[in-house]
Design a protein around this ligand. Structure first.
Ligand code: ADP
Length: 235
C-alpha cells in the first residue's frame, strides 16, 4: 500500500488522533471516565452492581450488564433529535457485547451493572471512544474484570487502510469509497467486537486486525495511565 497516501488532516496512515483520558470525573457515579480522540469525546458513568429491576429480569446465576449509549443533541453541527433511536440502540448493544466477555458478573447474581455513555462531541469513532471510556469507568467502579477493553476503528479509503477515521474520512467517496471497521479487544489481542460497514477482501482483513492491534496497544497505554493517575491522586 502506498505510503504517500494523504489523509485530510495530514496524519500518517497508522497515526491516531491525539488522545486524552481521565478517570473519576463524576463524583456521584460508582465509576466514571472520559475518553477523547481528536474531536470525539465520550464520557461514561457506571452505577452498580445493584439489584436488577424489573425483578423478572433478575438472573439467579449471574449479574448482568446494561449499556446505554447516547449522542447529545449538540455533539454535531446539526442538532440531533434527542432520545433513543435505532443507531443508539445498536451501539448500546454492541458496546455491551464488547465489554461483557471481560467482566466477572457471575459474582453478582440477580444484580445489574448500568453503564451510561454520552457523546458530547462527535467526529466519528464514537462507539470506540464510548467503549474505551466505559472500560475505564468499569475498572474505576471496582467491577472485577479479567482485562481492560480497548477499541479503535480501522478504515479503508478507496484501497488504502488507515487507522482512526474522522467523519471527513468516513464520508470519503473516491474509488471504492469508505469502509469502517471498528474493532475492540483485550490488550493481548483477544477480539470481543468487530463490525464492518463497507466492503473489504478477506485477505486485507488480517492486515486490518494487525493495524487495530497495534493501535489498541497505544490506546491501552493511555487508559492504563489514566487509571494509575487516579489511584495516585486518591487521598
Ligand atoms: P461512529 O461514531 O461509531 O463512527 P457512525 O459510523 O454511525 O458511528 O457515525 C459516524 C459519525 O457520523 C459520528 O461519529 C458522527 O460524527 C456522525 N453522526 C452520526 N449520527 C449523526 C446524526 N444523527 N447527525 C449528525 N451526525 C451524525
Amino acid at each position: 500500500m502506498t505510503k504517500e497516501f494523504k489523509r485530510p488532516d495530514g496524519r500518517g496512515i497508522e497515526e491516531l488522533r491525539p488522545i486524552s483520558a481521565k478517570v473519576g470525573i463524576i463524583p456521584n457515579a460508582d465509576g466514571s471516565a472520559m475518553y477523547q480522540s481528536g474531536n470525539t469525546i465520550a464520557i461514561a458513568a457506571v452505577y452498580g452492581p445493584k439489584k436488577m429491576h424489573p425483578q423478572h429480569q433478575q438472573n439467579p446465576s449471574t449479574g448482568q450488564l446494561r449499556c446505554n449509549y447516547n449522542m447529545l443533541s449538540f455533539s454535531v453541527d446539526e442538532r440531533i433529535r434527542p432520545g433513543r433511536n435505532k443507531r443508539a440502540m445498536e451501539i448500546s448493544e454492541v458496546t455491551k457485547w464488547a465489554l461483557e466477555p471481560v467482566l466477572m458478573l457471575e459474582e453478582f447474581p440477580n444484580q445489574v451493572v448500568d453503564v451510561f455513555i454520552y457523546i458530547t462531541q462527535a467526529d466519528a469513532g464514537t462507539r470506540c471512544a464510548g467503549i474505551n471510556a466505559a472500560s475505564m469507568a468499569l475498572a474505576h467502579a471496582g467491577i472485577p474484570m479479567k482485562n481492560l477493553i480497548t477499541s479503535i476503528s480501522v478504515g479503508k479509503l478507496d484501497k488504502q487502510l488507515v487507522v482512526d477515521l474522522t467523519k471527513e474520512e468516513e464520508d470519503f467517496h473516491t474509488g471504492e469509497g469508505p469502509t469502517d471497521i471498528p474493532v475492540s479487544m483485550t490488550p493481548d489481542g483477544k477480539i470481543t467486537h468487530l463490525q464492518l460497514d463497507g466492503k473489504i477482501e478477506v485477505k486485507q482483513l488480517q492486515e486490518v486486525l494487525d493495524m487495530a492491534k497495534k493501535a489498541c496497544q497505544e490506546v491501552y497505554k493511555v487508559q492504563e495511565k489514566a487509571l494509575k493517575e487516579f489511584i495516585g491522586g486518591e487521598d
